[in-house]
Design a protein around this ligand. Structure first.
Ligand code: CAA
Length: 394
């Protein structure tokens, strides 16, 4: 068992850390306050290669492994989770999905633009009445021979106002239930696509979240990903990887709050000594460190399993569940450690606390992760071998 990062992974980690500190940090409080989309920062992330990290070089990407990607996600998220969600959706849901399941023509047409950040993509699964219950898609894609006619509404779409490409899940054959769902590539400027109002959110306020309406949008059949009826499988397979990215985001948010808390606790004095010397604070730091290390192991392991082409659906769900719960718990503690300073924007931890909440909700709520994990447990499909009868079975 080897826990060491290789040279390339360390270089990516350092580059993301420097970028987050030097480029993202200066404006992060203002972007959160004003709900300002980080257009300039996204352009620079594209130039740095953060938007197509795992895409093959032949399609304009960095050709990196998933471990490098999560290291970058973690460092960016320590400072600005609004920027890191853009990185996550573009890399793991859009580019990875297209490269893994798209046709050669689709890949050549779209991946070079997406991998460089010239275009940003969106993943359109959630609907007003289909969030966790994703098999119940109301959006329809009626088969018209050479094209589909797309109608419906998608909700809470990350990058909704800025993306040029949407991957849209829609029901074609209701009788077949989730096996009648297709994933269609829709260009945002196609006739019949309407971008709704921007959501006014609790956290990740710099990211651009919208409702999107599709009204009689003609989508050529060549824009379908995979075989007829593959759309739900596509969404699930893609989300298995996406959840590793969000787990890394949660890990980064927790890590950012932890780093700030350690520094503050060493500097701030109360009752004649730095508050870090008081057991009440030192024990909070110990609990944070313990959970962040455990989250790190789960997140890196899930990424490594994906790189080894193992079944990682249970591992990614565990990583997301554990890291997002840790992020929520410990960002609240970070605010507590900072006291009154923690409650104001200047000290960053209140934003990290608000940002942490979404990691328990998007790309599958904590409850959905428990569904995925428990089904893996019951099928005996966990990475750690389980003896079917248990060691103490009669
Ligand atoms: N990996 C692979 N396949 C999976 C899977 C997984 N994690 N989860 C389900 N499937 C497969 C099942 O094996 C089944 O396949 P068959 O047709 O071969 O039987 C099929 O999908 C249907 O699954 P279930 O019978 O288990 O369906 P269900 O309704 O009982 O439960 C669910 C499905 C796991 C709850 C699923 O609906 C789900 O994951 N929901 C959450 C959706 C979600 O994560 N949304 C996030 C929106 S995207 C987003 O947030 C992006 C953003 O902008 C940040």
């Amino acid at each position: 068992m080897n826990f060491a990062l290789n040279e390339e992974q360390q270089a990516v980690q350092q580059a993301a850390r420097d970028f987050a500190q030097n480029i993202l940090k200066p404006g992060v409080i203002g972007r959160d306050r004003d709900q300002k989309y980080p257009a300039d920062e996204v352009r620079q992330m594209g130039e740095m290669g953060f938007l197509g990290m795992m895409v093959s070089p032949e399609y304009g990407g960095g050709g990196m492994d998933t471990v490098s990607y999560v290291l970058a996600m973690e460092e960016l998220s320590k400072v600005d989770a609004s920027c890191s969600v853009i990185v996550s959706v573009n890399n793991s849901l859009v580019c990875w999905g297209l490269e893994t399941f798209g046709t050669e023509e689709q890949k050549q047409k779209y991946l070079p633009k997406l991998a460089t950040g010239e275009w940003i993509g969106s993943f359109c699964l959630s609907e007003p009445e289909a969030g966790s219950d994703a098999t119940h898609q109301r959006t329809t894609a009626v088969d018209m021979g050479d094209h589909y006619l797309l109608n419906g509404t998608k909700n809470w779409i990350t990058n909704g106002g800025t993306s040029k490409l949407h991957l849209v899940m829609a029901q074609t054959d209701k009788e077949k239930r989730h096996r009648g769902i297709n994933c269609l590539i829709v260009e945002a400027d196609q006739e019949g696509v309407t971008i709704g109002a921007k959501e006014d959110k609790l956290g990740i306020r710099g990211s651009d979240t919208h409702t999107i309406m599709y009204s009689d949008v003609k989508v050529p059949k060549t824009n379908r990903i995979g075989d007829e009826g593959f759309g739900f499988k596509f969404a699930m397979a893609t989300l298995n990887g996406g959840r590793i990215g969000i787990a890394a985001q949660a890990l980064g948010i927790a890590g950012g709050a932890f780093e700030l808390s350690v520094t503050y606790a060493k500097e701030r004095e109360a009752f004649g000594q730095p508050i870090a010397q008081h057991q009440a604070i030192a024990f909070k730091l110990a609990d944070m460190a313990k959970d962040i290390e455990a989250a790190k192991m789960l997140v890196y392991r899930a990424a490594w399993m994906k790189d080894q082409h193992m079944d990682y659906s249970g591992a990614s769900a565990m990583a997301k569940l554990f890291a997002s719960e840790a992020a929520m718990k410990h960002t609240v503690e970070a605010v507590q450690i900072h006291g009154g300073y923690g409650y104001v924007k200047e000290y960053h931890v209140e934003r990290l606390m608000r940002d942490a909440k979404i990691t328990q909700i998007y790309e599958g709520t904590s409850e959905v992760q428990r569904i995925v994990i428990s089904r893996n447990v019951l099928k005996g499909q966990l990475y750690v071998p389980m003896w079917a009868d248990g060691v103490l079975a009669h």
